[in-house]
Design a protein around this ligand. Structure first.
Ligand SMILES: C[S@@+](CC[C@H](N)C(=O)[O-])C[C@H]1O[C@@H](n2cnc3c(N)ncnc32)[C@H](O)[C@@H]1O
Length: 202
């Protein structure tokens, strides 16, 4: 959701067309929080959203008492919007690896912004996922709905993605949920990809 002229102006330069729309509903984020995350998930916590788009989830985390809120995106417009709203933004392309090595968060959220098929090898994908898990505090939560869309000409890699992410999830006590069509609609997971998953801990 974009709330004023300044935000609309900033996001008019967004790379993804739909991020330029001012009136995207935030209801699906509310429903995700209600179902999966309690208030204690945010209170005095450090929360990261990977690819936050219009930064609505980060706003909700802050409102629910997060100590600090972080966003990572390769789009400078998203970086500028997040900064304007008081979030700690990092401009980085996730394809190049995990941008927060050595940093730790109490909660990591991501909806539709991470494609494991981007990585050029099994080793690079595994390294990315391990680095991300290393940035989660021991009792931290994770809620990630990846957008695993096969790269044209490399469709076979999807099998690797499913195997490697499953092994990684098992190792880190993360559950992989396959949401029903009703849940996909409710939580804004309307993607045309071979398999929609929610990775979650807690
Ligand atoms: C489909 S939007 C999702 C936005 C938000 N998470 C939501 O659910 O509404 C994808 C977001 O990821 C960012 N993104 C896409 N590819 C990226 C990459 N390679 N590195 C960093 N950010 C990326 C986009 O700029 C955008 O903010």
């Amino acid at each position: 959701m974009l709330y004023n002229v300044e935000e609309k102006e900033i996001m008019s330069a967004a790379g993804q067309h739909n991020l330029r729309k001012p009136d995207i509903s935030v209801e699906s984020f509310r429903l995700i929080i209600k179902k999966y995350l309690r208030r204690s998930a945010f209170k005095n916590k450090r929360i990261l959203d990977i690819g936050p788009g219009q930064c609505d989830f980060l706003d909700m985390a802050k409102k629910a008492g997060a100590d600090r809120t972080y966003g990572c995106d390769f789009d400078p417009a998203v970086g500028a919007l997040g900064k304007l709203r008081g979030h700690d933004m990092t401009i980085a392309n996730l394809k190049q690896g995990w941008p927060y090595k050595g940093e730790v968060f109490d909660g990591i959220f991501c909806r539709g912004s991470l494609n494991c098929c981007w990585f050029s090898s099994e080793e690079r994908l595994a390294a990315f996922l391990d680095d991300m898990a290393a940035s989660l505090s021991p009792d931290g939560w994770i809620w990630i709905a990846p957008w695993n869309n096969p790269v044209p000409g490399k469709e076979d890699f999807l099998e690797v993605v499913h195997r490697v992410s499953k092994e990684w999830a098992d190792k880190n006590a993360i559950r992989i949920e396959i949401p029903s069509p009703r849940k996909r609609e409710k939580y804004g997971l309307i993607y045309s990809i071979p398999r929609i998953e929610i990775w979650r801990r807690k």
